[in-house]
Design a protein around this ligand. Structure first.
Ligand code: DLL
Length: 432
């Protein structure tokens, strides 16, 4: 079995890594130029040819690719390989407009699964482990990605997909799952169910690999305590293959980006200007060796910070912070920028579970802003006066975090629909 802690690559000195990236970048730009007319046209419009891109330092000369481009080019316009050479597609959930369809050759699937295998190894996975994959299977990349990675590491893989919580718990206990892979909101739901059924002593989990949506440090600690595990973050997007673009190591202070396959840049989301290391801005990815869907300078809309501080795990690949929200799902309420993650932080700090929904509307030209929060069973059983005072404390804490007032509605435990995949946190009626 190959060792998926790919030491020679994951701990490569910076200069060597840059060398590798430069070589791969030149090849990739040539590949796109020759095989993706849509992007070639964008390059031509900017007056750039492959000869202009000799190294990572020249990256800024290339045009950005955006979600709008992907929709324009739907479904085949960005495909870089003949259909005969493609073996798979995946797709985003596409709640508005056209979905994004990403193509994969066998080579693409292999390198994606390698990335996921690295994530599993970084979370302590070995061939001794039993990996329960409770991300959705199908067009969503979560199930297939972690499934492939788990196979590569040689773990026993439980391909559960999401949902059917009773069956999840039965297999988790009967087959002794040691690593759980799912969205953090589903992990929280599973933890809640395990607690209610009093079966914590029957589970053997040691780690969780949770991603696909934003989750706070407080939520991490809550899940870790409830399940008695270490909870690792994993990041990725359909456009860049899926999960595994970046993953956490034992230090749990950001996610190492697989830099032999992806170049990350941080840009100012308004001007497109590349920002220096340590700045907060929008993450942009260039995939270095993807064949069938070879994105150059793809704008993710995820806001985060990159850091090259040495990591105690020995990996040298740059680390990205947890995304601090998406530039496109940031809410502007009464002129103030509000990220759902800020609200989650306040709730967790005040001892509430991460079961909440934000409802924004516009009445008489003024934005209304309501946060529906589930009470814990303890608060629920308190007197009405105590519930009212808990509500007021939350209103105050939210105002001091966000700078604007929200109406808080405390609701009974379990009254907000649980998510088995990505949680729906925001209902913005202004857009309906
Ligand atoms: O969510 C891929 C994935 C599956 C990642 C399983 C991790 C685990 P999409 O459905 O295309 O792909 O959504 C991508 O989800 O741009 C982020 O906004 C968000 N996202 C993904 N991982 C994280 C994370 C998958 N760890 C979009 N933290 C991205 C916060 C995340 N947001």
């Amino acid at each position: 079995m190959q060792n998926y802690y790919q030491r020679e690559i994951e701990t490569m000195p910076y200069d060597e890594l840059r060398q590798l990236q430069n070589e791969r970048l030149r090849k990739q730009v040539q590949h796109v130029w020759e095989n993706v007319p849509y992007y070639r046209e964008k390059m031509e419009k900017k007056g750039v040819t492959p000869a202009d891109i000799q190294s990572v330092d020249d990256l800024y000369k290339l045009p950005f690719l955006s979600k709008a481009d992907l929709r324009d080019a739907y479904p085949h316009g960005l495909r870089g390989m003949p259909l005969n050479d493609c073996v798979r597609i995946h797709s985003t959930s596409g709640t508005t407009g056209k979905r994004v369809v990403a193509f994969y050759t066998q080579h693409d699937v292999d390198l994606w699964e390698d990335c996921c295998a690295r994530a599993i190894v970084a979370a302590g996975g070995t061939e001794e482990d039993v990996v329960q994959v409770a991300y959705g299977y199908g067009l969503f990349t979560g199930g297939a990605g972690l499934h492939g990675g788990s196979h590569k590491v040689g773990c026993l893989t439980l391909p559960m997909s999401s949902g059917n919580t009773e069956r999840q718990l039965q297999f988790m206990t009967d087959l002794g799952a040691t690593i759980l892979c799912c969205t953090p909101s589903y992990a929280a739901y599973l933890a809640e169910s395990i607690h209610e059924q009093g079966i914590r002593d029957q589970i053997q989990l040691k780690a969780g690999i949770f991603g696909a949506e934003a989750w706070s440090e407080d939520m991490r600690h809550d899940i870790e305590n409830k399940l008695g595990i270490k909870a690792y973050d994993i990041y990725g997007l359909t456009e860049t293959s899926g999960p595994g673009v970046a993953f956490e190591c034992s230090e749990q202070t950001g996610m190492h980006i697989n830099e032999d396959h992806f170049i990350a840049e941080i840009i100012d989301p308004d001007t497109g200007e590349v920002l220096p290391e340590g700045s907060k801005g929008e993450l942009v990815f260039t995939a270095l060796d993807k064949e069938a869907f070879p994105l150059l300078r793809y704008r993710t809309h995820d806001i985060c910070v990159l850091s090259r501080k040495p990591c105690s795990c020995g990996r040298t690949h740059v680390k990205m912070s947890k995304p601090m929200g998406r530039s496109d799902d940031m809410l502007i309420i009464r002129g103030v920028n509000v990220f759902p993650s800020q609200i989650e932080t306040v709730l967790m700090q005040q001892g509430y579970p991460a079961n909440y929904q934000i409802i924004v509307d516009r009445v008489n030209n003024t934005d209304t802003f309501e946060v529906m929060v589930e009470m814990t069973p303890e608060i629920f059983s308190d007197s009405l006066a105590k519930i009212a005072s808990a509500e007021k404390a939350l209103v105050d804490a939210l105002r001091s975090m966000l700078g604007i007032a929200a109406k808080v509605k405390l609701v009974a435990p379990k009254s907000i629909t649980r998510s088995e995949g990505k949680a729906v946190r925001v209902i913005d009626k202004r857009k309906i």
